[in-house]
Design a binder for this molecule. Sequence first.
Ligand code: GLC
Length: 423
Amino acid sequence: MTINIDQQAQQIIIDNDRGGYTVPTAGLYPYQWNWDSAFVALGFMQFDQVRAWQELETLVSAQWDNGMIPHIIFRQEKEGYFPGPKVWQADKGPISSTGISQPPVLASVVWRLVDQIDSSQSIEKAQQIFTQLNAFHQWWHNARDIEGSGLVKITHPWESGRDNLPDWDEAYADIDVGNVGEYQRNDTQHVDSDMRPTKAHYDCYLALVQHGVSCDWEDIKIAQTNPFWVADVGVNAIFIRAEKDLLKLALKLNLQPQASAIKARIERLEKGFEQLWNPEKEAYCTLNLRTNHHSEHVNSATFMCFYADVGSKEQRKLQLKRLNSWQQKVNFMVPSFNPYDELYDELRYWRGPVWGMINYLIATGLSDAGESKWAEAIRKDTYTLIKDHGFAEYFSPATGQGCGGDTFSWTAAMWLCWAKDAI
Ligand code: GLC
């Protein structure tokens, strides 16, 4: 019996289900990850709506009192994952977790569930989750924008969800790795080390975890002293979109006072986002707030200005031009990092490869902005990559080769909720 690709996608998600929550892939990532779970809910939505909501409910059940929803939730102690709960020492939430968050796509996923399935059940679920979503967003403002500049900052490369982007390299110079000591990585036992972050970068990741521990994961202390305090274009664009989707939800649920507060927050964020514009590069670029320095590199998050619905006509036109030029350099869009840059590396994780869920975000924005030709082209590339190379974690923009972990939950979810309908 031949199993069709939709069934395969569904089966991957079912196999990665650990009972109410889904792991990104067995072995390499044995816990619940924040934005992975949000994307996976979009996959479940296509065949099991009750389970889709449950994925989100288990995610928010790990929320800390300050509103933070952690990046990894260590529901069960697993041998062989590093750095695990003992390294993080972040026991501030109801469930053991890391002390940082991840890109806040959650509210946008909830809005998509409510918008597409207009049932009394989804309204009821949205009502139950709204306060937690709002607290999560307020946490980003309180903890990650103590200056009130309208830009939220990340405190660890892992908080960006794009772990080893070359944009972070500059900030590593200020990180003291002297106390990191000896450690045993496990990721390189699952995946070829050429596809994973280098040891030097891993040292920095661990030094930043140690710094968080030394601050007892107190938001204010971290904001004031963390050596890594960087505004990422991806997180900011995703957050603006999430605030806009939360506003739609508040209006749908008739929550007027909350809606007014969210509107004010959006205004501040939209203004703040313009600080990311790098006129020399004609792109939205990472801004290091410790040095006040724009990155000279361009990564694919610059195309998320459409997703956030920000930027002038001219600024957006320049990004469309850039899409054209990148397309000439690669066979599959959208590489995570500028393929003309000398730091571009087609196989190494976030330094080049194509990621299905990033393509979904970029294409959603382009489609909303009326750029349907581009939105479809990106969807078609994602379709071809998955059909010909399987449900890999990410793909080479040159050959399409599937890289990293396989039977990956979010790649399967993106197939089901978006890529499979490519025309
Ligand atoms: C890697 C990715 C991150 C993802 C996690 C689990 O750390 O960079 O974005 O959430 O794996 O899939």
